[in-house]
Write a protein that binds this ligand. Structure first.
Ligand code: BES
Ligand code: MN
Ligand code: ZN
Length: 479
């Protein structure tokens, strides 16, 4: 899909040739003398529409206008949330038609967030996954023109959100792929494909190298599968070598059966999404490739399957992590933290300014925060605040959770330095407390995206979250 940005007033919008024109009407709209303004005035007078968010009206072949269809949509005072909803609803309703060129027009000067919302909503509403269909019917919308008064002012915001969408769609593609089309090796290939872009380098380690590094915890998870593990190291070098990088660590479990502590059958297919953290790291690199900002970023992805064979790790087994700490694996389904802890230790070598891990880590986080906000865990107030505000500005929300040491009580065991699970209470926090033990060398934050990375039910599919949040955070931290 191709996005363009252009300055247009209501006369320009009326004259723009396209399959559909979506006009976002906010309270501050000042009608002119053109056909579109006339139409809006008529509709408002007749009481068929007002500026309220959620109200819309579609018209076919409007007189005196160059478009085939026009949708007039109220967006209240132009809040990003309302713009997102208006565009999503309009695109969903128009999707049935043969819609190649779409124009979205802000009738009055929008806020930066509203521009972001419009681009993200049209991309999201028109996305289709086709990789495993025998007769793919791809996305119909090919061109989207975003029109508004004074477009020049919005160029940087526009470029950032278009890059963000590229990253989101890369993440969606890989997260949506079924596990047999997204093995650890294939994920390694996806990462390597990013190294064709300027400033990006990629290295993919296999079982031998990982054993040599002493990643006994990661290896314990991988040993139950015939599919070999991969440890992916991505680098984006956009700034001087002297500038400490931000490290992103993504959980890359390409399928989570639970292992010997096997999961129940219903919805187990959704555990193909258990590499959504990894996909979001790949997505961020895809966006960096587009934007080429002056920052340094490292991406680390420990990737394997959590399966069951005769060599699979058993409840009660004790393994030694790369950090030297021994871990009693009481539940093989708490595998995410076992692969992440070794990646977090590996991250030390980059002397990072900050490390952020992203993981579909706990069902408990879904219970706590649902699909609205990702769970954020950090003891560094500045880092936490920066991530929260990046989430707000990119409409990819998160919520900070506590990390009191008392929550770590349940991880104590008689048989190792730490157990990999505590009780059922506060499950997303005890998981974070486990990870925290491996992060003493740098400022660290953890994002639990178990509730936000994909949707279930009829709209089942990856969301591409939290690519937008991470990208906003990285770009803001470079200023
Ligand atoms: N990948 C799951 C977490 C998950 C569950 C994400 C449901 C999305 C929806 C993770 O590996 C897991 O199985 N966690 C366990 C931990 C428990 C054994 C302490 C969980 O949440 O049940
Ligand atoms: Mn699990
Ligand atoms: Zn998992």
């Amino acid at each position: 899909m191709n996005f363009e940005l252009k300055t247009i007033d209501s006369l320009g919008a009326a004259n723009e040739k396209c399959d559909a024109l979506i006009v976002l009407l906010s309270q501050s709209f000042k009608p002119g003398k053109d056909a579109l303004s006339g139409l809006v005035a008529q509709v408002l007078k007749a009481g068929d529409l007002d500026y309220k968010a959620g109200k819309s009206l579609a018209i076919y072949r409007p007189t005196g206008m160059a478009c085939s269809r026009v949708v007039l949509a109220g967006v209240g005072d132009g809040a990003a949330k309302d713009v997102r909803q208006a565009v999503a609803t309009a695109v969903a309703a128009l999707k049935a038609g043969s819609l190649k060129k779409l124009v979205i027009c802000f009738a009055s000067l929008p806020k930066d967030e509203a521009v972001r919302a419009a681009v993200m909503a049209v991309a999201d509403a028109s996305y289709v996954f086709t990789t495993t269909k025998s007769r793919p019917e791809g996305r119909v919308i090919q061109r989207v023109l975003l029109g508004m008064p004074n477009a020049v002012k919005f160029r940087p915001v526009f470029d950032q959100v278009v890059a963000s969408v590229k990253g989101i769609e890369f993440a969606k593609e890989w997260a949506n792929r079924p596990a047999n089309h997204a093995t650890p090796s294939l994920l390694g290939g996806a990462a390597r494909s990013l190294a064709k872009f300027p400033k990006i380098k990629c290295e993919v380690l296999g079982p031998k190298e990982v054993a040599k590094l002493g990643m006994g915890s990661f290896m314990a998870v991988a040993q139950g599968s015939d599919e070999p593990l991969r440890f992916i190291v991505l680098r984006y070098d956009g700034a001087a070598k002297t500038q400490a990088p931000t490290v992103l660590v993504g959980k890359g479990i390409t399928f989570d059966s639970g292992g010997i502590s096997i999961k129940p059958a219903p919805e187990m297919d959704e555990m193909k999404f258990d590499m959504s953290g990894a996909a979001s790291v790949l997505g961020v690199f895809r966006a960096l490739a587009e934007l080429q900002p002056a920052i340094n970023v490292v991406g680390l992805i420990p990737s394997c399957e959590n399966l069951i064979n005769g060599r699979a790790v058993k409840p009660g087994d004790v393994v030694t992590s790369m950090s030297g700490q021994t871990i009693e694996i009481l539940n093989t389904d708490a595998e995410g933290r076992l692969v992440l802890c070794d990646a977090l230790t590996y991250a030390e070598r980059f002397k990072p300014r900050a490390v952020v891990d992203i993981a579909t880590l706990t069902g408990a986080c879904v219970i706590a925060l649902g699909a609205v906000r990702s769970g954020l865990f950090s003891t560094h107030d500045d880092l936490a605040a920066a991530l929260v505000s990046a989430g707000e500005s990119s409409l990819d929300l998160c919520w900070r959770m506590p990390l009191d040491d008392d929550y770590a009580e349940g991880l104590k065991t008689n048989f190792a330095d730490v157990a990999n699970v505590a009780g059922r209470a506060a499950g997303s926090i005890t998981a974070a407390k486990f990870l925290q033990r491996f992060t003493s060398k740098y400022p660290w934050a953890h994002l639990d995206i178990a509730g936000t990375a994909w949707k279930s039910g009829a709209a089942k599919g990856a969301t591409g979250r939290p690519v937008a949040l991470l990208l906003a955070y990285l770009l803001a931290s470079s200023k």
